[in-house]
Design a binder for this molecule. Structure first.
Ligand code: ZN
Ligand code: ZN
Length: 410
């Protein structure tokens, strides 16, 4: 028996005026998602607690069965490990953007024209901080304009604030201690020093002169945010003795899965954007499924479309997720596989941000007890037999169906 957990990032939504009061899930053609809901057991799920909007990092850890309020240690380390960097106990990692600052030091473009930061990889491979010789720095461009940074050294803390101001038209911030400890003060000072070093280096980068000559915004700085340490979790593979695989592009999702002890797989044509090839992902899952108990299959695009406020684009990504689930249903042995579909949070296309609304969840498989829900939607799943559950409860529900959860009591 095995489980595929399909996570459509930010797929759930609220009713939208542009869609005649329907949500994108209701407006999309989703024959296969509906088949999972109709044949399976459904419910709605508060990822954290009712009304609390989750970040994707916290949300995915929670879907893996962890208590978000105990295990979460910031996003940076999830992103860095997901990008293939080594982050050990005591290390602190950041995520960041290549960005464009004007001559006054004001942020003009937080993504420097969505520059492909991998062109700077070599150039940033050898960074050292003369004021902190004991601190080892690794800088790694990841997807698009994003990058990950890892600090290794004595007495570091992830409890520091962002340098990234998260908006344009303002100056960058100075990192500060959040909890007032000596470690946090020291790490904030290191982050500020690192920012200055990276800023100097990026200003001098010859590729930026080329970009300026082509009329493109130079990537003349690096905005750091999301300081984090590796999450305080026991791998699911140890906790339940299950073998897990993760098919995802988004570094923070990959990092969460690594913390759970899952093996990571790439899919050709998977981009982490709205143009991703979901069928390629389904094929990878079908190939690795015989070797695993749990496969975490994540598709990012619907969240991007919601942040861009584009309901039509969101519908098109949902329909690609539907086609992916259709491919799975056609090619896996459903008599020995559970397939669960959910979202890591609601992303409102109107507010263009995550909200604290519950998400629909549906589980199809050999021993689930079907209910009256017929469609995979926010409204229909609310009528289902799972009722209203919490995000951290989904993984035990799935593992229990596979007889992997030990008796409590005697
Ligand atoms: Zn998300
Ligand atoms: Zn999002």
């Amino acid at each position: 028996m095995r489980t595929i957990l399909v996570v459509g990032d930010g797929m759930a939504d609220r009713p939208l005026k542009e869609l005649g009061g329907r949500t994108p899930l209701e407006a999309a053609e989703t024959t296969n998602l509906d088949a999972v809901a109709k044949g399976g057991v459904c419910g709605i799920m508060d990822i954290l607690t009712p009304g609390l909007p989750p970040g994707s990092d916290v949300a995915n850890l929670t879907l893996l069965g962890y208590d978000p309020f105990e295990s979460y240690r910031g996003r940076g380390a999830l992103e860095a490990t997901g990008a293939g960097l080594d982050v050990g106990p005591g290390d602190v990692a950041f995520r960041g953007n290549f960005a464009y600052l004007d001559d006054e030091g004001v942020v003009v473009d937080r993504r420097a024209g969505r520059v492909d930061g991998t062109v700077f990889r070599e150039y940033l491979s050898d960074i050292s901080l003369s004021a902190y010789p004991g601190v080892e720095v690794t800088v790694m461009p990841t997807l698009g304009h994003r990058l990950a940074v890892v600090l290794k050294g004595e007495s570091l803390s992830w409890r520091i604030s962002d340098i990234d101001p998260h908006k344009t038209g303002v100056r960058v911030l100075r990192s500060m201690s959040i909890d007032g400890t000596a470690e946090a003060k020291r790490t904030a000072a290191i982050a500020n020093e690192l920012y200055s070093v990276l800023r100097e280096k990026m200003i001098r980068n010859p590729l930026n002169r080329e970009r300026a000559a082509r009329g493109l915004p130079p990537a003349n700085t690096v905005l750091l945010r999301g300081a984090g340490a590796i999450p305080a979790v026991k791998p699911l593979t140890e906790e339940y003795g299950v073998r897990g695989a993760c098919v995802a592009v988004t570094p923070t999702v990959r990092g969460s899965c690594l913390s759970a002890g899952f093996d990571l797989y790439d899919a050709p044509g998977a981009t982490g954007g709205v143009d991703t090839d979901t069928i390629g992902k389904a094929e990878i899952v079908e190939g690795v499924l015989p070797r695993y108990d749990v496969v975490f299959l994540h598709v990012k695009g619907a969240d991007n479309a919601s942040h861009d406020g584009d309901p039509r684009l969101k519908i098109s990504v949902i329909e690609k997720i539907d086609a992916m689930v259709g491919h799975l249903l056609d090619n896996i042995a459903i008599e020995e596989t559970y397939i669960a579909v959910t979202a890591d949070h609601t992303t409102s296309t109107r507010t263009r941000d995550h909200t604290g609304d519950p998400v629909p969840v549906a589980i199809l498989g050999p021993e689930v007890i079907p209910d009256i829900a017929e469609k995979y939607s926010e409204q229909d799943c609310a009528r289902g037999g799972l009722g209203r559950i919490r995000g951290k409860e989904l993984m035990p529900i799935l593992l229990n169906l596979q007889d992997k959860v030990e008796l409590y009591g005697s």
